[in-house]
Ligand binder design. Structure first.
Ligand SMILES: NC(=O)C1=CN([C@@H]2O[C@H](COP(=O)(O)OP(=O)(O)OC[C@H]3O[C@@H](n4cnc5c(N)ncnc54)[C@H](OP(=O)(O)O)[C@@H]3O)[C@@H](O)[C@H]2O)C=CC1
Ligand SMILES: CC(=O)N[C@@H](CCC(=O)OP(=O)(O)O)C(=O)O
Length: 346
């Protein structure tokens, strides 16, 4: 099989570097172009020494890419910078956008949460939300896939099947999420300085984080009615990983065992999503560096309630791994191609 050619736009950031780590071992993909902004003109080995020794193109500006020979573009740019750029790409280039620019279907919601009007509303209409396990058929046909946010992946993978099957109530869903600091990107910011992050934990975006509406969009579609959740993210003194603890109310007649078996059955044929054995509690170190998402289901002491713990690596299943999974689906490759790394433990 001929290899397809990939461009990584924003390759000098965390998700771009992770795409290189995954794609370099992909049997059907060549990395043909990589871009940066401040770091354009540099060698990837100088920006990321852990990728030294690989044969990679140098980092160039986005407008220097020759798109005529590119099959797929991974966009790893900050929110708001992707819309107009994607609109300028030739039609034959398929796109996996890791930013949030095309995730919210309603462009007024986008403007409300991202503080700016949407600049490519026509493209927004054709974008497919890329939650790989639950949107395979649409992803396979899509030209533009909006890769989900890291927190929304960890919340929606457990909750969507349970809402679809009517096992949990749409009311009172609480999602308490903790993330490693790579989630904030590599560009320097005061809030991600060592002294601000180490030896402490803080909630942020309390009641106002833009992943709330993204999660609600997916849950509402699954439930067939509006779902509002309480979602609070926390910044943790660790590099990678997301752990979401999710509190739900059981629907009448449903048991905690029903939740476990519903999730087991939903993901029985999915290589990357696994319900752990009863009593085991998933930890971020069980998925580090891998595309796995692990789900644990527990009874709550509060009658009629259950607690779900979901873990993923934010840079892999929460970003670049899911992006590669989506590309595999789009191009008809084996879904696990380039993604067979086992987690690094401890
Ligand atoms: N980190 C994570 O865990 C996740 C991130 N995402 C999303 O993926 C996207 C990329 O994230 P991440 O890799 O962490 O971000 P980084 O800040 O680490 O990297 C951003 C990249 O975009 C480039 N860039 C920045 N501004 C511009 C511009 N105006 N024009 C052209 N290129 C530009 C940077 O180039 P240079 O280095 O030269 O400045 C860099 O290559 C973001 O939208 C993020 O929200 C989604 C899920 C998880
Ligand atoms: C720790 C941290 O700062 N995380 C980021 C989320 C990163 C991500 O998945 O999502 P987006 O693509 O939507 O930015 C944040 O809260 O903004």
């Amino acid at each position: 099989m001929n290899k397809i050619k990939a461009a990584i736009v924003g390759a000098s950031g965390y998700t771009g570097a992770e795409l290189v780590r995954l794609l370099i071992n992909h049997p059907h993909v060549d990395i043909a172009a990589m871009t940066a902004d401040r770091k354009a003109g540099m060698r990837m080995a100088d920006v990321f020494p852990h990728l030294g020794g690989l044969e990679l193109p140098d980092l160039i500006k986005m407008d220097e890419v020759d798109w005529s020979h590119i099959d797929v573009c991974f966009c790893c740019l900050p929110h708001g910078t992707t819309q107009q750029f994607i609109a300028s790409l030739p039609q034959n280039v398929r796109i996996v956008d890791l930013s949030a620019d095309f995730r919210l279907k309603d462009i007024e919601e986008y403007a409300k949460w991202y503080g700016d009007e949407h600049r490519a509303p026509e493209l927004q209409k054709e974008a497919v939300y890329g939650l790989s396990e639950l949107k395979r058929d649409e992803i396979a046909k899509a030209r533009l896939v909006a890769n989900p946010g890291c927190y929304p992946t960890s919340a929606q993978l457990p909750l969507i099947p349970l809402l679809k099957e009517g096992k949990i109530s749409t009311d009172g869903i609480i999602i308490d999420s903790k993330s490693g600091t790579t989630g904030a990107g590599r560009a320097p910011k005061e809030g991600t300085l060592f002294c601000e992050v180490s030896d402490a934990i803080n909630a942020y975006g309390v009641g106002t984080h833009r992943h709330g509406p993204e999660i609600e969009q997916g849950l509402s579609e699954a439930a067939g009615k509006d779902v509002i959740v309480s979602f609070t993210p926390h910044l943790m003194p660790m590099n990678r990983g997301i752990l979401s603890t999710i509190y739900v109310s059981l629907e009448k007649g449903a048991s905690v065992d029903d939740l476990r078996s519903t999730l087991d059955q939903s993901y029985a044929n999915d290589p990357f999503v696994r319900v752990v054995e009863e009593g085991n509690s998933p930890a971020t170190r069980h998925v580090r560096g891998s595309n796995y998402c692990l789900i644990g289901v527990f009874a709550d002491r509060a009658p009629g309630r259950a607690i779900i713990v979901c873990v993923e690596d934010n840079v892999v299943k929460g970003a670049s791994g899911q992006a590669v999974q989506n590309m595999n689906i789009m191009f008809g490759f084996d879904e696990i191609s380039g993604l067979t790394q086992q987690p690094m433990f401890p």
